[in-house]
Design a protein around this ligand. Structure first.
Ligand SMILES: Cc1cc2nc3c(=O)[nH]c(=O)nc-3n(C[C@H](O)[C@H](O)[C@H](O)COP(=O)(O)OP(=O)(O)OC[C@H]3O[C@@H](n4cnc5c(N)ncnc54)[C@H](O)[C@@H]3O)c2cc1C
Length: 399
């Protein structure tokens, strides 16, 4: 039998993970206590600095930790706080001051403080750099006014990663500033937006004369676009870059539905369709493994957009197939009563997953925009038409 040879860093990470599990058995430890101990051991994001939830290693070792904890039945920070864990944590660690890192990262990781991402606005989604929520300086505070939309989990969030326009005379990308906002502070109003699943996992958020201390900025005034790129690159990887076990995830659900069919409905052409999807799921998984290997030493790049795009297309096709297998039962849906879910993206049956999957090619950047990124940054095709690139934001015609 071949014996796996671990590098000393891998062995160190594996040993720390074993110790964590032995000292805090998941069966008898609360999720918050376990995740707190995981953070303190540097096993939250192993690539983060020591003292801020990491060990200063390359991100590839995180898999060792996650697999051991999952096998032991331990909690998962992503499931509790998906936007915080996947996107806001990596942004705070890259752009935050030491004080911000100390203040925010641990409770973010344990899920005691949920985070949301306040980027999209009614008039700026794909063209998020054109946003108009405004921040005006008043002494050592920003006063913020404007509206954000599609804000996942804002109703549960303690903190929001907010991007506002602080210089309307600069070109659109240059006039933005990123700030951490207290979602429970005066002037912040969160209203539910109901999706076709019946759930309202996202919201519209209104800011009326909200005062935010200057010290809550991530980076400096005008850095908002670069800060956002850190968030968006991590978002794409977080949504589409997972490396699941072979045959797991949505394709496993399709296979399960297939196996549940009576013998006379398992015809060759449906089986062929299932196999095509299974192959695509495997190709997607292998592509993510390759992208992960390329990313090992640094921040995620355009390959995150490939994973994001294909995970959306695949998920939609797999659930459309699975619901087709269910025949008329696929139309049975529990209730459309509005529900405020405790987390986003939870699985709750094929019917809901089918409806929810329609959002996959919109959230985190649309498939069309991913194609633009791939065309320009990977294939070297001519760029998209951008007429407002060199014009001061307040001179760009808009309705
Ligand atoms: C479930 C869900 C959760 C979300 N959660 C959050 C969140 O937590 N925080 C947040 O800030 N936002 C969130 N969003 C918003 C999301 O990021 C935007 O919906 C997305 O970026 C698209 O923006 P838009 O809806 O304004 O569409 P638009 O940008 O108006 O696009 C409309 C259509 O035009 C196409 N299009 C636009 N520009 C181009 C182009 N240059 N080339 C080709 N086609 C183009 C698009 O692909 C799309 O088909 C969420 C969205 C969904 C669906």
């Amino acid at each position: 039998m071949a014996t796996e040879v671990l590098s000393s860093e891998e062995a160190q990470v594996a040993q720390l993970a074993d110790q964590l599990i032995a000292q805090h058995p998941p069966a008898s430890t609360s999720a918050i206590a376990f995740l707190g101990a995981q953070f303190d051991a540097g096993l939250a994001w192993v690539h983060f600095p020591v003292g801020h939830g990491g060990l200063g290693l390359t991100p590839k070792f995180q898999k060792i930790v996650n697999e051991k904890i999952a096998r032991a039945g331990g909690p998962n920070s992503y499931a509790r706080n998906p936007i915080g864990y996947g996107m806001c944590g990596p942004t705070v660690v890259e752009w935050g001051t030491d004080e911000q890192k100390r203040k925010y990262l641990r409770p973010l990781f344990t899920g005691e403080e949920i985070w949301c991402q306040l980027f999209s606005e009614p008039g700026s989604g794909s063209d998020f750099a054109g946003l108009s929520a405004k921040g005006v300086k008043d002494g050592d505070e920003w006063i913020v006014n404007g509206q954000k939309v599609w804000t996942t989990l804002a109703h549960l969030s303690k903190w929001g990663l907010l991007v506002v326009r602080t210089d309307a005379e600069a070109v659109k990308h240059a006039g933005l500033t990123a700030i951490v906002v207290d979602m429970h502070g005066p002037g912040v109003e969160v209203r539910p937006l109901r999706q076709m699943t019946g759930e309202a996992e996202f919201n519209e958020v209104y800011f009326t004369d909200v005062r935010i201390a200057e010290a809550e900025m991530l980076g400096n005034p005008g850095d908002g676009w670069r800060v956002s790129l850190t968030t968006l690159m991590n978002e794409r990887v977080s949504i589409g870059g997972a490396i699941p076990q072979q045959g797991s995830g949505s394709i496993a659900i399709a296979v399960k539905e297939w196996k549940a069919l009576p013998e006379d409905r398992r015809d060759a052409s449906t089986r062929d369709e299932l196999m095509q999807l299974w192959i695509r799921a495997e190709v997607h998984r292998l592509t993510n493994i390759r992208a992960n290997a390329q990313r090992r030493m640094g921040a995620p790049g355009p390959e995150g957009s490939i994973g994001k795009m294909e995970s959306a297309n695949l998920n939609k096709d797999v659930y459309a197939f699975a619901i087709g297998l269910m025949g008329a039962d696929g139309m049975l849906y529990g209730s459309y009563e509005m529900v405020r879910p405790e987390t986003a993206m939870g699985y709750d049956g094929v019917q809901k997953a089918f409806l929810r999957s329609r959002a996959n090619s919109i959230e985190g950047g649309t498939t069309e925009v991913m194609k633009n990124i791939l065309g320009e940054r990977i294939l070297g095709l001519p760029g998209d038409v951008r007429v407002d690139r060199e014009i001061a934001w307040n001179k760009v015609p808009r309705n």
